[in-house]
Write a protein that binds this ligand. Structure first.
Ligand SMILES: [Zn+2]
Length: 179
């Protein structure tokens, strides 16, 4: 007699499914060609930098204030003159560099991703549990609304933050890298 029973996916199977996020229907959105490569960590994550010379500004993704995030277009050092988020500079002007920006963006996005969003992605991808998504650090971007897929260095530090962009029949993904 045959016994039908619910089959639970093994960890390896889960991971293989999850890996599809990186390989299926994902493509790098075009980056503004006029924008220098070193500013890509900002533009890649949806920030529109305005300014000339070395002084750029954009809306702060962390507090939402218009034009309050100042970015040095040469060095990528940034700070928000409204919320002073960040951890690198002085107490008066915290901020950071491009890598600090992306790490903060990821942390804020993780904190802001709702249970409903995770459940939707889980269902979308046919995963058994949202725990897998969370364990991988996947988060919905506070800037673009797209899913962010972090990649880590061997010592566990965030190395790059890929965006999952759904475009039919194109199998590619990319991220902004810092090494
Ligand atoms: Zn701010």
């Amino acid at each position: 007699m045959s016994i039908l029973r619910e089959r639970t996916l093994t960890v390896k199977e889960l991971e293989r499914k999850l890996a599809l996020i990186n390989t299926t229907r994902d493509i790098l959105m075009p980056v503004d060609d006029d924008m220098a490569e070193h500013l890509r960590p900002f533009t890649f994550h949806g920030l529109v930098l305005a300014g000339r010379g070395k002084d750029g500004t954009t809306d702060c993704p962390f507090c939402g204030r218009d034009g309050k995030l100042g970015v040095n277009l040469e060095t990528t050092q940034w700070r928000c003159y409204a919320c002073n988020v960040g951890r690198e500079g002085s107490k008066e002007f915290a901020g950071g560099n491009a890598l600090t920006f992306v790490r903060l963006l990821w942390e804020y996005s993780l904190a802001a991703t709702s249970a409903e969003s995770y459940e939707q992605l889980r269902s979308d991808r046919g995963l058994a549990s949202v725990k897998t998504l969370k364990a991988w650090g996947i988060a919905r971007s506070i800037t673009t609304g797209e899913w962010l897929v972090p990649q880590f260095t061997i010592d566990g530090r965030l190395h790059q933050l890929c965006r999952r962009v759904r475009i039919a029949r194109v199998n590619r993904t990319s991220g902004s890298s810092f090494t």
